[in-house]
Design a protein around this ligand. Sequence first.
Ligand code: TEU
Length: 573
Amino acid sequence: PSVKAWWKESSVYQIYPASFKDSDGDGVGDIPGIISKLDYIHQLGVDIVWLNPVFESPQVDMGYDISDYYGIHPPYGTVQDVDELIQRLHERKMKLVMDLVVNHTSDQHQWFRNARSSINNPYRDWYIWRKPMFGIDGKPQPPNNWVSYFGGSAWEYDEASGEYYLHLFAKEQPDLNWENPQVRSAVHQIIRHWLDKGVDGFRMDVINFISKDPSFPNAPITDPASKWQSGAKYYACGPKLHDYLRDIGSILKEYDAFSVGEMPEVSDVQEILNAVGYDRGELNMIFHFEIVGLDHGAGGKFTCGNWEMRDLKAIVSKWQTSMHENNGWNALYLENHDQPRTVSRFASDKLEDRTRSAKMLATFMGFQSGTVFIYQGQELGMPNVPRTWSIEEYRDIETLNHWHEITRTNPDDIGLHSANLAEYRMKSRDNGRTPMQWDASTNAGFSPVKPWISVHDDYTVWNAALQVDDEESVYHYWSNVLRLRKTFPEILVYGSFELISPEHSDVFSYTRTSETGCALVVVNFRANKISWSVPEPTRERFPSGKTILSNYPQETRSVLDSVIQLAPFEAFL
Ligand code: TEU
């Protein structure tokens, strides 16, 4: 029942500008660097490039703290460079999607500087200010107990005015007050400005946080160890979210623009359908966090958690079937600039396993229903940071704030320190931020000088140059996946999804079905041989099935066999 749309048939390549390609030798990637690599991206077979924020910013949170939505952060280039990028992409029939970060701005944005300057400034109400509570000691306390994503209270005290402002992320990222119509129209103006310049759409940062419960109630205690608690139920998918998204959606519609909203903290399908349902006029699709949260422990992201196959199956199957049946649409992703690398996380990054692992994960995700997002380096099977990394190597504010807090409160607990370092090597956002490995030359061909963050030291054996020249590489496998989606859109884009062998604890299998045919995907997530009994109904549906793609190309698999012995990390379509 899926209505057809160009953005459903497209695939997206995500570029993290700081770590993609440095053209001017300052150790930081830039837009001219991206332009120099467009053939590489085009040959992969993607249709859209999504660029993480390149706007003017003090870079407290790698550009998610914007100080001018109309200017470009100088190390990344100029507005003219963006114009050229748009032109070069359009020449190749590709599109550009930019990052819209409007839940908050930088504290250095002129709006916030004005707001902070006095209670009576006309910009004061563009942000969220509240009077303090007072403790028994008579000292001002934050107006409620909400925690910030980057640690501590979500409120920062402004001495000069004696009020607190809200920041769900760093204190340098004050939240905008969307209740104020001037804020909304300023955002609409930013959207129109970039669309008028030829940008083809937006990825919208934490877009489901923009409407908050204006009474700012205390959050229930979910983390007894902490003074500060998650207020998500009062700001995720808040009361006016859909009004705000409809306003944005109607502008995007004028331009037939692409939209994907980032929506943490939601697992309710109906909530998402309200935003992405085909007739809602809001967004095309959203990123949910259920898969990438599977290995977070009870005490949060940096505590130990093992993902379970049955949970992965339940989550995938839930989103796949509910979006299909209700004319919504999925965004398919496993990696991005906030997530560790998937070969390390869900399979194996050992050199001898890595190619098979990466192809297995490509097969698992690449044939599901939805728009595919590939994060730079994922098409090569890049791994997490090396095990040798000490805390000095990390750059990410989330990781460093966490470390400073742990070491401040437990200065002598060496065991705790090393346990946390181990968690960072698994989950820190920096795992996805090491520079692209282009070739075996100095600094992986990313930059002639030492980059802002260390290059992974496996680049001499793991890089794009080797893979582009090798038909058996992860890069070519991904391009085959994308090509197959274009060859069989009825089945692989619009077909329905059914989970096969739901109870199997090692094998992930599903079918995609349309009136024109059906496809079967079988994936062994384990590093050892696994036997899989082909269910009777599956055998009947594929009487003459042939293997179209496999990470063991020499093997032919027949689902007419009642039991298949799958090789380590084997995957086929
Ligand atoms: O991330 C939002 C978010 O909730 C998480 O992904 C969060 O950044 C972190 O990973 C929690 O562990 C978006 C951006 O993708 C992220 O890079 C920004 O730091 C954040 O918003 C603030 O703008």
